[in-house]
Ligand binder design. Structure first.
Ligand SMILES: Cc1ncc(COP(=O)(O)O)c(C=O)c1O
Length: 410
């Protein structure tokens, strides 16, 4: 039994009763790609546009002051959510991808030289691979890879050997967006710090689903996205330890990120403005605070338990279907993401039938994790990912629909 009142939660999400192409409300199981948002978030954004919208941190008039206060309140909400020490450590970005690119560009270019090493894992999202490949190419650095075991976990036994004084940064995901594997972040942080390396945690699939404290983790950088946690798209957070951010050069140049500009040059603004050049996605940033508040009111530990219960049911039902192979550890050791293939059937065909016939939205493809799919000898999978508003009945309907799809396709 779930501790969540899912029925009541669902009433806050207008889209969950919107009728899809099948003439019924869509069963939305694509939350790892992007979640839906409650009316509290939608209304907060509308309210800004209708009552006080202006640019932030620029003009002296009342609208600007009101909008700036809301914008900064959102930063403070994010700070509290992840337990950061100071709001200077909370940089608004456009999402996880932008946060990781910021670190790779700013910290990476300033700190890596030829022969230095970057340690990634085979289960990373492309957002936590490509920026480091680009950095490695710019600086002549070498990328090393933590393998993934046959049990769908990081090979922690192999990790110490991959770390040395040449390792300058480790970048790993807290939770795999394909396997649902929950990685031991604190242990990874310890391993990286032992050799003097920095560590970035891709928390895109973690912060929306479980209680997180970046100071307990001890991580140097943490990136996540608003749209995966009931918030608006176009807004994300990069957390960085203050002393590291202080020492880093600005990434993008422009308005807002300077203290002064002369014909000869510029001096950067203090944190966090130093990394927030240009007009930000103002309404999206403001919409993040009610999303955070919503999750905190429901309780992230309850959200996590609810998702695990749904994942457990999905595993039980899907593994009974002939030819279905689930990619991920057993449900009690993973988050609410269930990726699977069906022997003899292309993932795209399953996903299309789930959508057109049963009105179930899942994602198919490589989920921006091609190296991980290659590791397991597949090119694509179907991924069902749950959130706080999903029900056991929806998971059961998924299993029924997968069975039906199998009969139609084989
Ligand atoms: C683990 C992980 N990292 C990074 C990203 C990229 O997030 P965004 O597209 O919001 O920048 C995603 C999104 O799917 C993800 O699941």
């Amino acid at each position: 039994m779930s501790a969540l009142n899912v029925e009541e939660i669902r009433r806050d999400f207008p889209i969950l009763s919107a009728v899809g192409e099948t003439g019924r409300p869509v069963i939305y199981l694509d939350n790892a790609a992007s979640t839906q948002r409650p009316r509290q978030v939608i209304e907060a954004m509308d309210r800004v546009y209708e009552t006080c919208y202006a640019n932030v941190h620029r003009s002296g008039h009342g609208f600007s002051a009101q909008t700036t206060a809301l914008y900064e309140a959102s930063r403070e909400a994010a700070r509290k959510l992840i337990g950061a020490k100071s709001s200077s450590e909370i940089i608004f970005t456009s999402g996880t991808t932008a946060g990781i690119n910021l670190v790779a560009r700013s910290w990476g270019d300033a700190n890596l030289k030829a022969g230095d090493e970057i340690l990634l894992s085979v289960m990373e999202h492309h957002s936590n691979i490509v920026p480091w490949q680009q950095l490695a190419a710019r600086r002549g650095a070498v990328i090393r890879w933590i393998p993934v075991t046959d049990e769908f976990e990081l090979d922690l036994a192999a990790t110490p050997e991959l770390l040395s004084e040449r390792t300058k940064i480790m970048a790993v995901t807290a939770v795999s967006n394909v396997l649902g594997t929950i990685n031991p972040v604190r242990l990874l942080v310890e391993m990286a710090h032992k050799v003097g390396a920095r560590i970035l945690i891709d928390a895109a699939q973690c912060i929306p689903h479980e209680e997180t404290n970046v100071q307990d983790w001890g991580a140097d950088f943490v990136a996540f996205s608003g749209h995966k946690m009931l918030g608006p798209s176009g807004i994300g957070i990069l957390y960085g330890r203050e002393e590291l951010l202080e020492a880093m050069p600005p990434f993008l140049g422009g308005g807002s990120m300077i203290r002064s500009v002369t014909l000869e040059g510029f001096t950067p603004a203090h944190l966090p403005a130093k990394f927030e050049a240009g007009t930000p996605p103002i309404a999206a940033a403001i919409g993040l605070a009610p999303a955070i508040e919503y999750l905190q009111q429901v309780g992230l530990s309850q959200v996590f338990a609810h998702e695990q219960m749904l994942a457990l049911r999905a595993h039980e039902l899907l593994k009974e279907i002939e030819g279905v192979r689930i990619f991920g550890p057993s449900p009690e050791r993973k988050a609410g993401t269930v990726s699977f293939t069906m022997e003899g059937v292309h993932s795209q065909d399953i996903a299309v039938l789930l959508d057109r016939i049963s009105g179930i939205a899942v994602r198919e493809g490589h989920h921006c994790a091609m190296p991980l799919h290659t590791r397991f000898g597949i090119s694509s999978s179907c991924r069902a990912s749950v959130y706080l508003y999903n029900t056991l009945e929806e998971v059961e309907q998924l299993a029924t629909a997968v069975k039906k799809a199998r009969l139609m396709l084989l």
